[in-house]
Design a protein around this ligand. Structure first.
Ligand code: NDP
Ligand code: GDR
Length: 344
C-alpha cells in the first residue's frame, strides 16, 4: 500500500485529493491545524471522514521540526502540499503570515524531505496568481511571472524553491500551476461560491441582494475534482516537472453572476458602471446584485487564461466539466443546503 501525506486536508482540494487517493488504495496522512473548533465538513460531505486508511495528524507547515516528525511517522513516499493561506484578498492585510505559511511553509517540507529521505516525491500547489499582471495570453509554463499580491509573491517563492530543490538535490519536486478551480466544496469567501451561495438564498427569499467587487476580472475556472486528478498524475510522471492545469476558457465575474442566476431560473440584467453597477431580476424588477468597493483589491489580476497543452500531452490530463455544468452543480448544492438550513 502506498502512503501519501496531504497537507491542508480540511480545504477544498485536500478533501477531493484524499477521496481520490483513498479510493485508489493509498493510506493517507491528512494534516490539519489545531484550532478551537476543527471543521471536517468537506471530508464529511465526500464520505471520507472515518475511512480506515485515513490518519488525521495535527500539523502546521510553519513548523520545521513538526514537518520532520510528520515524514518520519508516516513513512510516506508522496507529499502533496496543499496547505496555504490561500485567500488573495486577505494576503494584502496579512502579508507576513501569508509569507510564512504560503511561502516558507513549503520549504519546511522540502527541507524535511532532504533530511529524512530525498526519494520522497513532493507536489507543490502553485498558482496562476503567479502570472499576475499577465505578460502573454494564454499563460503556459514558459510565460514570465509578475505576481500582484503578497499571496502571489509568496507562491512564486515556493514555486522557485521547488524548482531549486529539484535541480540542486535531485528531489522529485514538481509544481502544478493550477488555474482557479471550484466546486460545491469551495470556501464561501471565494467569488464563485460567494455567488452561488447568495443566489441560492436569494432564490429562496432568505437574502435580498449580493454585494461584489470587481466584475470585470476574467478567470479560467475549472472543476476541482478533475484538478486533483492532475496533481496525482504529476507525481506519477517519470520525471519531476512543472505543469499548467487549466481549461483554456476565460469569463468575467459578471458572466459567472449571470450564469449562476440562470442556473436558479432567474434572468438578470446589468446596468450602471463600476461602483454603480447593479443587476436586476428581470421578472420582479428587484435589484439582486450591487457593486461594493469594499471588495476591490489594492491590485488586481485582470485576465487569466491557461494553456494546459503540456499536461495533456505528457500526462494525458484534460478537463471534462464545462463552466455551465460546474456552476449548475454549485447552485444546486447551495439550494439544497439553504433549504435544509445548513451553511458552510
Ligand atoms: P483552501 O483555502 O480551501 O485550503 C487551504 C488549506 O490549507 C486548509 O486546509 C487550511 O486549513 C490549510 N492551512 C492554512 N494554513 C495552514 C498552516 N499554517 N498549516 C497547515 N495547514 C494550513 O484552498 P484550496 O483547497 O482551494 O487550495 C489548495 C492549495 O492549492 C492551496 O495551497 C492554494 O493556495 C492552491 N491553489 C488553489 C487554487 C484554487 O483555485 N482552488 C488554484 C491554484 C492554487 P484550515 O482549514 O485550518 O484553514
Ligand atoms: P482568486 O479568487 O483571487 O482568483 O484566487 P477569488 O474567487 O477570491 O477572486 C476571483 C476574482 O473575483 C473578483 N471579485 C471578488 N472576489 C471575492 N473573493 N469576493 C468578491 O466579493 C469579489 N468581487 C469580485 C476578485 O477581485 C478576483 O479578481 C483563487 C484562490 O483560490 C487562490 O488560492 C488561487 O491560487 C487562485 O484562485 C488561482
Amino acid at each position: 500500500m502506498k502512503t501519501a501525506v496531504v497537507t491542508g486536508i480540511t480545504g477544498q482540494d485536500g478533501a477531493y485529493l484524499a477521496d481520490l487517493l483513498l479510493s485508489t488504495g493509498y493510506q493517507v496522512y491528512g494534516t490539519y491545524r489545531r484550532t478551537s473548533s476543527v471543521n471536517f465538513w468537506r471530508m464529511e460531505e465526500l464520505g471520507v471522514a472515518g475511512h480506515p486508511n485515513l490518519v488525521l495528524v495535527e500539523h502546521d507547515v510553519t513548523d520545521l521540526s513538526a514537518s520532520i516528525r510528520l515524514l518520519q511517522r508516516s513513512g510516506a513516499t508522496e507529499i502533496y502540499n496543499l496547505a496555504a493561506q490561500s485567500y488573495v484578498g486577505v494576503s494584502f492585510e496579512q502579508p507576513i503570515t501569508t509569507a510564512d505559511i504560503t511561502g516558507v511553509g513549503p520549504v519546511n517540507l522540502l527541507e524535511a524531505i532532504r533530511i529524512i529521505d530525498p526519494k520522497i516525491r513532493f507536489y507543490q500547489a502553485s498558482t496562476s496568481e503567479m502570472f499576475g499582471k499577465v505578460q502573454a495570453v494564454p499563460q503556459s509554463e514558459s510565460t514570465p511571472f509578475y505576481p500582484r499580491s503578497p499571496y502571489g509573491a509568496a507562491k512564486l517563492f515556493a514555486h522557485w524553491m521547488t524548482v531549486n530543490y529539484r535541480e540542486s538535490y535531485g528531489i522529485f519536486a514538481s509544481s502544478g500551476i493550477l488555474f482557479n478551480h471550484e466546486s460545491p466544496l469551495r470556501g464561501v469567501e471565494f467569488v464563485t461560491r460567494k455567488i452561488t451561495d447568495a443566489v441560492a438564498r436569494i432564490k429562496l427569499g432568505k437574502l435580498d441582494r449580493l454585494s461584489l467587487g470587481n466584475l470585470d476580472a476574467k478567470r479560467d475556472w475549472g472543476f476541482a475534482k478533475e484538478y486533483v486528478e492532475g496533481m496525482w498524475m504529476i507525481l506519477q510522471a517519470d520525471e519531476p516537472d512543472t505543469f499548467v492545469l487549466a481549461t483554456g476558457r476565460t469569463e468575467t465575474v459578471r458572466d459567472f453572476v449571470r450564469m449562476a442566476f440562470k442556473a436558479a431560473g432567474i434572468e438578470v440584467e446589468f446596468s450602471g458602471h463600476a461602483e454603480l453597477e447593479t443587476a436586476v431580476d428581470v421578472a420582479s424588477g428587484r435589484t439582486v446584485m450591487q457593486v461594493d468597493p469594499r471588495f476591490y483589491r489594492p491590485a488586481e489580476v485582470d485576465l487569466l487564461i491557461g494553456d494546459a497543452a503540456k499536461a495533456q500531452e505528457k500526462l494525458g490530463w484534460s478537463p471534462r466539466t464545462s463552466l455551465e455544468e460546474l456552476c449548475q452543480m454549485m447552485v444546486e448544492a447551495d439550494l439544497r443546503r439553504s433549504e435544509n438550513g445548513v451553511s458552510f
